[in-house]
Design a binder for this molecule. Structure first.
Ligand code: SF4
Length: 383
């Protein structure tokens, strides 16, 4: 059986091994860039490296340790779901969502920009947090991804379409695999990929100690908090892991993050019929969020994807919930409607049955929602 090898996109490992062999670690970026551009090349085929690099690369590294097993295109072509197999045989999902940033109006005027793609990445295989609305939560934790395996999701996606934004909202709680996620983001924002930190968003159910260190470890990266309820009691029902993270302390951590990072925080709220979508709860959410620099994202629950006895919120409930939060509490609140956006907002809500395997399907960019970049720009105004 072949020995497992390291990914060249595991940058810390690659640099350490190069230095151990007396080779300047600056060559790491050249190796990564060449292999990103040459899909079928092996690490020892990268030209113009010091001689000592070749036996090292041949024996220890692969250009990608994972394989893209399946690509599923949504029926409207706006979303591509990737099934990626790791070298240990486990699989994770990533999702590409396309937006047309020029379509429609924004703040009453024409939108600026161009078609963009957002990649939703996984950070773990399965998840231990057990959120009751989430398919991944039913799996339990099967393992952590390495930094290289996280970055390789971007490699596979980049070969399908240029990626502008990255959201850590796929399988897993990214702050439970903190070191690998931090390393992966440093590689994604480095010379090879050059993704802007402000185009990366980390979503968490609220791992307080890590929220506090994020602003220092990953300056400029956005934070999204999966809130889902305005009280500790209800939150513990929907997000069992919340028992470890008291809501008052969690919001204090969010305040600290906002203060240190000078960035808005994205608040995720999955709308579950007759569970967390009443007008009374809307007032509680509004009161909790008012005067905080946040954007609230209301995500209609998709009842086909988990075994929980939940149902979708009614259209009118979502509308009045949003209206209360906007008009009474002056908090920016957005409702996500499209499949790709739903996936981005609720890790684990991935359904292979929703997709049509047809890579020749004509591509069309989505039009009626702002993409994630706009939600975090300084120009975002409260309604
Ligand atoms: S919603 Fe996210 S944190 Fe919760 S169980 Fe699913 S993958 Fe884990």
């Amino acid at each position: 059986m072949e020995e497992p090898k390291f990914s060249v996109f595991d940058e810390v490992k690659l640099k350490a091994e190069l230095e151990r062999c007396g080779i300047k670690h600056l060559h790491a970026v050249a190796i990564q860039s060449y292999l990103l551009a040459h899909k079928d090349a092996e690490p020892h085929e990268v030209p113009d490296l010091p001689k000592a690099a070749y036996p090292l690369l041949r024996s220890h590294f692969k250009s990608t340790t994972s394989k893209l097993k399946v690509e599923h295109f949504s029926s409207d072509g706006t979303t591509v779901k990737l099934l990626i197999e790791m070298q240990n045989g486990q699989s994770v999902e990533s999702v590409i969502m396309r937006h047309d940033a020029t379509a429609g109006l924004y703040a009453g005027g024409p939108r600026q920009g161009s078609p963009r793609a957002t990649l939703c990445v996984s950070s773990q295989v399965g998840c231990q947090m057990g959120c009751t609305f989430c398919a991944t939560g039913t799996m339990g934790l099967k393992g952590n991804l390495s930094a290289g395996e996280i970055v390789e999701q971007l490699v596979h996606a980049t070969r399908i379409t240029p990626i502008r934004n990255i959201v850590f909202m796929g399988m897993g709680e990214p702050l439970n695999n903190y070191q690998a996620v931090v390393q992966a983001i440093k590689t994604m924002t480095g010379h090879c990929f050059s993704v802007s930190p402000s185009h990366i968003t980390l979503s968490t159910v609220g791992v307080i100690p890590r929220i506090l260190s994020l602003a220092t470890d990953l300056p400029g990266v956005n934070l999204a908090l999966s809130l889902h309820a305005p009280t500790q009691e209800l939150r513990c029902q929907i997000v069992p892991a919340a028992r470890a993270y008291n809501l008052v302390k969690l919001m204090a951590a969010v305040d600290s993050y906002i203060g240190a990072s000078k960035r808005k925080v994205f608040i995720e709220y999955i709308m579950i019929g007759d569970v967390n979508d009443s007008e009374e709860l809307a007032h509680q959410v509004g009161a909790l969020l008012q005067d905080r620099q946040v954007v609230l994202n209301l995500i209609p629950y998709n009842p086909t994807l988990t075994k929980a006895d939940y149902k979708a919120s009614r259209e009118e409930s979502i509308h009045s919930f949003q209206k209360i939060i906007r008009e009474v509490y002056n908090v920016r609140a957005i409702v996500r409607r499209e499949m790709g956006q739903d996936i981005a907002g609720a890790c684990g809500q991935l359904a292979i049955g929703e997709y049509k395997k047809d890579s020749s399907h004509p591509q069309k960019a989505s039009t009626d929602l702002p993409d994630i970049e706009e939600l975090f720009t300084a120009s975002v105004r409260k309604p």
